[in-house]
Design a protein around this ligand. Sequence first.
Ligand code: ADP
Ligand code: ZN
Length: 613
Amino acid sequence: MTRQPLQLLRQTFGYDDFRGSQREIIEEVISGRDALVLMPTGGGKSLCYQLPALVRAGVGIVISPLIALMQDQVAALAQLGVRAGYLNSTLERDAARRVEQALRAGQLDLLYVAPERLTQERTLTLLEHVTIALFAIDEAHCVSQWGHDFRADYLQLNLLQERFPHVPRIALTATADARTRAEIVERLALGNASHYISGFDRPNIQYRITHKRNSRQQLLQLLRHEHGRDAGIVYCRTRKSVGNVATWLQGQGFCALPYHAGLPAEVRQQHQQRFLREDGVIVVATIAFGLGIDKPDVRFVAHLDLPQSVESYYQETGRAGRDGQPATAWMAYGLQDVANMRQLLMGSSGFPEHVRVKLQKLDALLGLCEITTCRRHALLRYFGEHSPDHCGNCDTCLAPVETWDGTIAVQKALSCVYRTGQRFGVNHLIDVLRGKETEKVQQHGHQRIKTYGVGAELDDTQWRSVFRQLVARGYLQVDVAGYGALQVTARSRPLLRGEESISLRRDLPEKAAPRPRRERRERQLAAGDQALFEALRQCRLSIAQEQDVPAYVIFHDATLMDMASSRPLDAAQLLGINGVGRRKLERYGAAFLDVIREFDAAPAVAGPERSGQ
Ligand code: ADP
Ligand code: ZN
């Protein structure tokens, strides 16, 4: 008897119901058709191939570039009683041989394979001799030569269609623009696939972008006030700043580990493992870190430098809150970052067309940074999705931005750039505007030009804000060959001539913690439940350590929170908790029920030191 998808979902995975379009996708693949799935991180893509692989005859082959994660994915499946294995270069010869034997003997439900392994003739021949339920191509955007995750091996995956024409293929990604989608269809020969494009909103993520003053102190404030013991990722642009920030955070008492491509592979591996397995680890990283990081309880992603595009911003911040619990995406940026990023992109190799596209993408990101309306609305619109004007969970919704009429100030700034010959950076321009008779001002005779001293009404910080916004909005450009000199663009002419007015953001010091939205409070358990939650976590930790797997592989935080607040008393009630399936009930039910019972039996006021009050 073949099992029904819903029955499998409940019994094996322990979930009550499908999410979003999971059901349709799963039915499509079960019936043997191809699918292209675009779902945000945390949307539940894995289930879309795991479940059909269990229903269909044979083994599901999952192609993924993320070999570091395969072991944990296989371990998580084993916890559910699913027979899974992986083949990649980290596996010893003997271990690989055992996996291949199990495969031939039809003893696997799922097999994870690295693309370079799959495309070897030897592997293909092996696969031709077994029954294959489906091919799942994870991180399918890796076929795109425009993206920064491009993998040459992915280009060969069209051979799957040639060699296995009757096996359904499902391609999955969280990276979405139309161009990438078209490339996936073309290169993976998915012309007949149904497309499933899910909404991109991640409502549990709070988006906040602030101007950079002292970025370390700003970060520290965020961590101290809101994320004291949480796991998170801090992104920096350079390896050097990764090292510095990690060391500095350690000095502040955080468990912070550096991660970038310049570190030895063992160190990177070890830091990633600790991040996945321990509670409350912060990884300070370049973008080398994170592709497909499958940790559900990352509570914040902080950017100390600008990402390259809205796509990368969304992908990187999307690593927060996969479990659906409240999470923060926070970024601090300043004028210098814009200059650095432009320089990086213009210096990057490639066709002029590629560089031009990259610069446009950076401009779109800067637009998001300077926007005075809802960030989420703007983000979703960028991905072609409609949403309400106000999300209630981004910085501009929580603390509306004040604007001011910057027309006069902008005219002064632009004409100062113009009259000093478009050869100077922001510091000197501000000195001229504010009438500071520095050595440099004298050397160039700038105390004699018309704009000298006309800007006394604003201080340095305010002028900096004006210049940053002008650059971000394309009225000024940074001459990357000329050491950050600012130059006027064609766009600023109407402003200079007084034909256009401009409204600017008023940069206010960041509030410590924006007013929390409902979900934030929901995450807080009642005091008694919180103590039980901690006890349940302890129980989980010791089981996880015994088995040498990440804690979330046993149960997610959300599942433990559910247990703590609803306090199931027997197996049947425990089975009703989201995330508890049959297999886990058998293995761990007793241990967790014991913790709950003990806790309920203990006197309400624990500890003799309290009783005398
Ligand atoms: P993605 O690969 O799309 O980023 P995952 O497949 O890792 O997302 O799923 C994200 C989280 O959601 C996981 O913790 C997963 O167990 C959970 N999940 C997936 N589908 C469901 C569902 N139908 N009900 C409850 N939780 C789900
Ligand atoms: Zn908003």
